[in-house]
Each structure stands twice: as structure tokens, then as C-alpha cells.
Ligand binder design. Structure first.
Ligand code: GRF
Length: 185
């Protein structure tokens, strides 16, 4: 199968990046990850980029010069999809307009509930019994793009932020790969 080229944007530990890289090594997975962008050189996920030998760049896309540089590279590398995986910056509207291909994100709640940050804390404070994760397209509204796939996680009374995050992340890994398969097949 001809695989599309993908770029993953990260800011942190990069466990979703790692799972996407593992999936992408399967012969019938529809994307190859051939570029990684991080907004910070402190992102742990850059170690994963090095281990997997994927070219990466650290860029602050709020600077117009970097935005142009990134768009140029993405074009040159023929990137068909950007996967945001724990990317903690809001994507510049200009960037979204100019990169006229798919941009997708994974969010740790059942959208449209709990957009934004600190989802686990807010979910627990509200005594929710159910949460999960959502893969969605990125548009100009924060966590507001069209939903691709959601996965549920049941909350137990013994759960705290840490245990809930661990449970949701396991679902995230499957949700992200399944979404990419759904999009491209
Ligand atoms: C994930 O929980 C994702 O939902 C959120 O940021 C977290 C990133 O984790 N957007 P990691 O860097 O992939 O480990």
C-alpha cells in the first residue's frame, strides 16, 4: 500500500507519538511518520524521535518566520496529515488556513464535554462516572472540530487524576490509530 506522509506535533512525553510510530511500522497502516515538530526542546518525546530516527525540529510557530519555515518543510516533505499528540500550543489561525490538508488532535475527554486543560481534575471534581478520549479534526475553535472517534472509560470511586489518566491514555493509543485507519481507508 502507498502510505501517506504524516507529521506529529508534540510538547511533552510523547507516548501517543510512540504508539503512532509503532502502528506506522505495520505494513498496512495508512501513514508513515516522517517529521516531528515540538514547540520545546524539553519535550521528552524528542528522545523517541531520536530512537526511531525521525527528523524533528523545535519551533515556536507563533513567530511568523518559523511558521513559514514549517509550512515550507511540510510542503517539501509532502505531508498529508498533521497529528497533534500532546501539543500544548494553540495552532495559529494563519497556520491552519495555509496548511490546507488534514490536522487531527487527540483530547482526553468525551468532547464536547471538558474542552481545554485539566480534564481529569474537572471530571473527578464533577463526580462523573464516565469519561474517555476523542480524536477530532482541528479547526479554529479550541477542541471544537468535527469528531472522528471517541472511546469511553468508566470512572471508579478509587480513581484519582493519575489512575484516570493512565486508563484514558491506553484508550487514546487505540483511538488514534483506529481514527487514522478510518480516515484513509
Ligand atoms: C494526551 O493525554 C492527549 O490527550 C493530550 O495530551 C496528552 C499527551 O500525552 N492532548 P503524550 O505526550 O502523548 O504522552
Amino acid at each position: 500500500m502507498v502510505k501517506r506522509n504524516a507529521c506529529v506535533f508534540i510538547s511533552g512525553t510523547g507516548t501517543n507519538l510512540k504508539e503512532l510510530l509503532k502502528s506506522s511500522r505495520e505494513y498496512n497502516f495508512p501513514i508513515n511518520i516522517n517529521y516531528i515538530i515540538s514547540n520545546t526542546k524539553k519535550a521528552e518525546g524528542l528522545k523517541i524521535a531520536k530512537i526511531y530516527k525521525i527528523p524533528f525540529r523545535v519551533l515556536n510557530l507563533n513567530k511568523i518566520i518559523n511558521l513559514e519555515l514549517a509550512l515550507g518543510e511540510l510542503h517539501k516533505k509532502n505531508i498529508s496529515v498533521i497529528c497533534l499528540a500532546g501539543y500544548m500550543k494553540i495552532l495559529n489561525k494563519k497556520f491552519i488556513n495555509r496548511f490546507n490538508k488534514k490536522i487531527i488532535n487527540i483530547h482526553p475527554s468525551l468532547l464536547p464535554k471538558y474542552k481545554g486543560l485539566n480534564t481529569f481534575k474537572r471530571v473527578l471534581n464533577n463526580n462523573e462516572k464516565l469519561t474517555g478520549c476523542t480524536v477530532h479534526y482541528v479547526n479554529k475553535k479550541l477542541d471544537g472540530g468535527k469528531i472522528i472517534l471517541k472511546k469511553k472509560v468508566f470512572i471508579e470511586s478509587s480513581d484519582d487524576e493519575e489512575t484516570l489518566k493512565a486508563k484514558v491514555q491506553v484508550k487514546e493509543y487505540r483511538a488514534y490509530s483506529e481514527s487514522i485507519i478510518n480516515i484513509f481507508r
